[in-house]
Design a protein around this ligand. Structure first.
Ligand SMILES: Cc1cc2nc3c(=O)[nH]c(=O)nc-3n(C[C@H](O)[C@H](O)[C@H](O)COP(=O)(O)O)c2cc1C
Ligand code: SF4
Length: 708
């Protein structure tokens, strides 16, 4: 069997997993504000169980409300009133043969301030653990014992709710981690100082959980094995700390990093699949009787199998991979690898929504986290023909989704390849994962017989008139925004130029390989400008400057990418100019202005990344044609407004609603025409004309009743 290591069952105490894929805890903001489940929340988890996942871990659940609560909305397990909901969760997961775990957590200094009703955050000491949160107060010793008791009670409740396993969150800057890490723990009593003292609270919690769950239920401990911050626990430190913690633990879930190194915890895009499995291996080598979980950008079945086969870990946690592709296990098992919708580690819909935006999670590549493929069961009431103009990600998702419910679709792309702007951006070596989405969309689209793809074909009104579609989808994308700045156009079109737009660079990457000793200036500190900055800073440019008009870089970026970009800028000494405006472009300098002071920034290579604007050259004609011919025109993705892939994917899937409506309207029209023609067969036309409102019930000779 291909990838046999993934499909080997594993038993730990009373729990037997059918395969090695674990859904790790991931906060969703789906819960109700009172800490209970709702149907959508359950549906989201059900899809992942249905897709074949071996162990589903319920996201971090609050054991001490409100002081320990995390996220804008969070499930609770601090009282018996939450048992029915938790029980229902387990019933639904077990229905599909998945085992279940729940992550017990106290957020400490990372608690959501809005929840604390004015109370001060608590922690081991007074060091804040999360940007924006105030300094916490140190817990007293009696309070520590009180929290330990809550761990025991919650663990006991978890078993009554039907969980097969219980996980203790000991990492990621939450309360236990605030005791374990020397970055936060500045105590001088028996809970601070030495590794043994810092581990004392965690040890007490683990022992309490063992009392709560009894002897047969496995306990998982999740840790940040390497905190990847100066002054934090290293992997070697954690291996020592684990000596104090391991005795009642069955499974060690080896994660990494703290809040300030979040790009290594919710791994940034350029980190390889399973890049941090060396940490799991180190834990496994030292604690050989423990089951070890690894995680981190694991998306490829080949790599997943390899990690298991070479013994780096026993179980693989696939978090965002399962948000993006709930059917990962079944698709891999059934040789449908080409149709895996791999997470691209953009962190926009999931991590940023949850952590930075206080929104429920969403996904860039998966437009429906709750119902998944349910739309494919929809039936057309009448055939529908759709024309899609553009071949980017939004266009492909729209075309494939519509074709999957039977629409006859023709897609026109003027270039020789598909993927649009996503394809261009994926040329950056650090953005290669974006290609996974394009490959998936192409594979899906090309497998559909009723979807015709015409590349090298710029759609015109002639095509529209000859195809006679019922629905026209305009998805023509965006083009760089080039404001009327002195010298800009001239320099961009100069034959011996040193000034480039992002597309100039991406189209001719070979030309942009050797820049040692060069000075690079990037105008625009948004997502694309930062990609350019990263490219040059990491590859040895002598000096890189980045200029941004707003007060900070990456204002619209997701939290993880932003932290990562700032790390790169800091590490490579990038010169950052914020609140700085571009005034003029010369052949080897940019004239910029900050606080009414102008200065010239000289460069060998200058880049202008001033954002994108929508591009919809045919839209006006299409709208006119549509009005005259009773055709629907829908403008989606960047051609509606230049944004990110996630918006286009969602708008593309939402088109199913338009398809349904158009199909229904065609059916109504057909029925109406049929009844009208029946009527005109039976009655002289003058009678019909005399009843223009069509509201008469008439019975003709044969007794058939026709409603007009
Ligand atoms: C939206 C989101 C929420 C998360 N919430 C938690 C959490 O509640 N507890 C936890 O231990 N890890 C949490 N994580 C980290 C994941 O469990 C996982 O370790 C991380 O995403 C890396 O694995 P992946 O590349 O497979 O996604 C979260 C990650 C994401 C994206
Ligand atoms: S939003 Fe991006 S990172 Fe998150 S699951 Fe979807 S593709 Fe992955």
């Amino acid at each position: 069997m291909k990838y046999s290591a993934i499909f080997k069952p594993l038993s730990v105490r009373s729990m037997t997993l059918k395969n090695r894929i674990v859904m790790p805890p991931m906060g969703t903001n789906f819960a109700n504000i009172d800490g209970t489940f709702n149907e959508k929340h359950l549906a989201y988890y059900t899809q992942r169980a249905k897709g074949g996942t071996g162990l589903i871990t319920l996201e971090n659940v609050c054991i001490d409300f409100p002081m320990g609560s995390n996220g804008t909305t969070q499930l609770r397990i601090d009282d018996d009133q939450f048992l029915p909901g938790l029980w229902e969760f387990n019933e639904r997961m077990h229905e599909y043969g998945a085992c279940t775990s729940v992550q017990l957590n106290h957020a400490g200094a990372s608690a959501h301030p809005g929840r604390l009703q004015g109370a001060r955050h608590v922690s081991s000491a007074t060091i804040p653990s999360k940007k924006g949160n105030p300094a916490p107060r140190p817990l007293t010793v009696p309070e520590i014992y009180e929290i330990v008791k809550k761990y025991r009670e919650s663990a006991c409740r978890a078993i009554r709710a039907g969980f097969d396993c219980v996980e203790i969150h000991g990492g990621h800057s939450y309360l236990i981690s605030q005791f374990l890490s020397p970055i936060y723990n500045k105590r001088t009593d028996e809970f601070g100082g030495s590794q043994e003292n810092r581990a004392r609270f965690a040890k007490m919690c683990i022992e309490a959980v063992r009392q709560g769950v009894g002897p047969y239920i496995p306990i998982v401990l999740r840790i940040s094995a390497d905190e990847l911050l100066e002054g934090g626990n290293t992997l070697a430190d954690t291996l020592n700390i684990l000596e104090h913690l391991e005795s009642e633990v069955d499974i060690i879930n080896v994660s990494a990093a703290l809040n300030d190194s979040i790009q290594y915890q919710i791994d940034k895009m350029d980190l390889a699949d399973g890049w941090r499995s060396y940490m799991a291996r180190a834990v496994k080598e030292k604690f050989s009787d423990k089951v070890v979980i690894t995680s981190g950008n694991i998306r490829s079945p080949h790599r997943a199998n390899e990690i298991l086969e070479q013994g780096d870990a026993d179980l693989l946690a696939m978090g965002r991979g399962l948000i993006a592709e709930p059917n990962w296990v079944h698709k891999v098992k059934n040789n449908q690898e080409d149709f895996l919708r791999k997470c691209i580690s953009c962190n926009i819909g999931c991590a940023d929504h949850r952590i930075a935006k206080a929104r429920p999670i969403r996904c860039t590549v998966n437009p429906d986290l709750y119902e998944e493929d349910a739309y494919q069961l929809l039936k057309l009431e009448q055939p529908v023909r759709m024309m899609v103009i553009g071949g980017g990600t939004a266009a492909l998702e729209a075309a494939a989704s519509a074709a999957e419910i039977g629409v006859d679709v023709t897609l026109f792309e003027k270039k020789s390849y598909l993927g649009g702007l996503a394809h261009e951006i994926a040329r950056f070596p650090d953005k290669e994962r974006i290609n996974d989405f394009i490959i998936y969309l192409e594979n899906r689209a090309r497998a559909l017989e009723n979807l015709t793809i015409k590349t090298n074909h710029q759609a015109t009104m002639v095509d529209v008139k000859s195809l006679k579609p019922d629905i026209i989808v305009n998805a023509t994308g965006s083009v760089p925004l080039l404001p009327p700045i002195k010298g800009l156009q001239e320099q961009l079109t100069h034959p011996n130029r040193n000034v480039y737009s992002i597309f100039d660079m991406l189209k001719n990457m070979d030309q942009f390989q050797d820049f040692t000793g060069k000075q690079v200036v990037v105008i625009g500190g948004g997502a694309v400008g930062l990609d350019v900055m990263e490219y040059y800073a990491k590859r040895g440019a002598q000096e890189v400057h980045i200029v941004e008009m707003q007060s900070e870089l990456g204002i619209d970026l997701d939290l993880v990418t932003k932290v990562s970009m700032m790390e790169i800028a800091h590490k490579h000494g990038v010169k950052i100019h914020v609140d700085t405006k571009l005034i003029e472009v010369g052949s080897d300098y940019f004239l910029v202005e900050q606080n009414n002071q102008q200065q010239k920034l000289p460069f060998d290579l200058g880049f202008v990344c001033l954002g994108m604007r929508s591009y919809a050259p045919l839209l006006e004609d299409l709208t006119e044609y549509a009005a005259a011919n009773e055709v629907e025109v829908v403008n989606i993705g960047d051609s509606k407004r230049a944004r990110r892939i996630i918006e286009g994917t969602k708008e593309a899937r939402d088109l199913i609603r338009v398809v349904q409506r158009v199909s229904r309207e065609k059916k109504l029209k057909k029925d109406f025409n049929a009844s009208r023609s029946n009527q005109s067969k039976f009655y002289p036309s003058s009678i019909s004309h005399n009843n223009p409102r069509g509201d008469l019930n008439l019975t003709h000779d044969s007794g058939v009743k026709a409603t007009l």
